[in-house]
Design a binder for this molecule. Structure first.
Ligand SMILES: Nc1ncnc2c1ncn2[C@@H]1O[C@H](COP(=O)(O)OP(=O)(O)OP(=O)(O)O)[C@@H](O)[C@H]1O
Length: 258
């Protein structure tokens, strides 16, 4: 991989605002009074140890988990507490840590099915699937059966399904897990391309190099709490982040000025 350039953060109006988000599962506080915002066109990375509350935060933003308290606003619309289909129609799309595709169906069918949740007719959904295929340069994959594809291509299909919804905000949950270095670079390229087109994106990722290469800004969660946020290199040098997550070796690798 190349030495990460430091992307310049957009300073647009916030698209997503999360205020004092708390999610409890019985006695467990998975997310504890977390507040952050994401600017229009920003690429935000979320890191933290296993069980820190990253996916639960995503689930709350996407409507898959009901917040115990707190407010999530997309643009002018409060989305916290709405069901996932409503949230998706309002413009928040997500991928999953483990791919969730219809393996016996073709790529085209998978993407068209996703598009059909926002399109008025099957014809319009199929047209949207073709647009997304072109955007992601995956026209040659469209007739392939999903289950027969390598994992990297399945991840591309996951992104395609999310994009089929014409999202304003895209949530990518550990897209790189299980991929080799070449495949990781390939998916980084896809995410970069989407970011360059102005799409607002939040990425959860354990591969720090990916976070460094993609993110304008990084949030760090630990035990459900937001312990740091800021420019990637600053965050990687933060003593609390080093102690809770990175360890000194990674801090040296990623916290050095480029
Ligand atoms: N549906 C659930 N019911 C009960 N506990 C849950 C549920 N979902 C998550 N948790 C717990 O909430 C905490 C936060 O989990 P979460 O999956 O959000 O962490 P994470 O930061 O995404 O971790 P990882 O990096 O391992 O994916 C963990 O203790 C987890 O066991």
């Amino acid at each position: 991989m190349t030495t990460p350039a430091v992307p310049v953060a957009p300073t647009g109006a916030p698209l997503l605002q999360v205020d004092e988000l708390t999610v409890r599962f019985g006695g467990l506080v998975a997310v504890n009074a977390v507040s952050f915002s994401v600017a229009e066109g920003e690429l935000l990375g979320i890191i933290g140890p296993n069980g820190a509350g990253k996916t639960t935060s995503f689930n709350a933003v996407a409507g898959a988990v009901r917040p115990t308290s707190g407010t999530i606003t997309l643009g002018e619309t409060v989305v916290s507490g709405l069901p996932p289909e409503r949230v998706a129609r309002l413009g928040i799309a997500r991928t999953f840590q483990a791919v969730r595709l219809f393996r016996a169906m073709s790529v085209a069918e998978n993407v068209t099915l996703a598009a059909s949740t926002v399109c008025r007719s099957l014809t319009a959904a199929a047209r949207r699937a073709d647009e997304v295929a072109e955007l992601l340069s995956m026209g040659s994959l469209m007739n392939a059966e999903v289950g027969a594809l390598p994992l990297a291509d399945q991840k591309r299909v996951e992104i395609a399904r999310a994009l089929a919804l014409r999202p304003r905000l895209l949530l990518l949950d550990e897209m790189m897990s299980g991929l080799n270095q070449e495949e990781t670079l390939d998916i980084i390229g896809v995410v970069r391309q989407l970011g360059a087109q102005g799409l607002t994106i939040i990425v959860i990722e354990h591969v720090l190099k990916v976070i460094m290469e993609l993110s304008h800004r990084v949030l760090v969660l630990d035990h459900g709490a937001l312990i740091a946020q800021g420019a990637p290199r600053e965050v990687m040098r933060d003593p609390q982040v080093v102690a809770a997550y990175l360890g000194p070796q990674a801090a040296r690798t990623f916290g050095e000025p480029s």
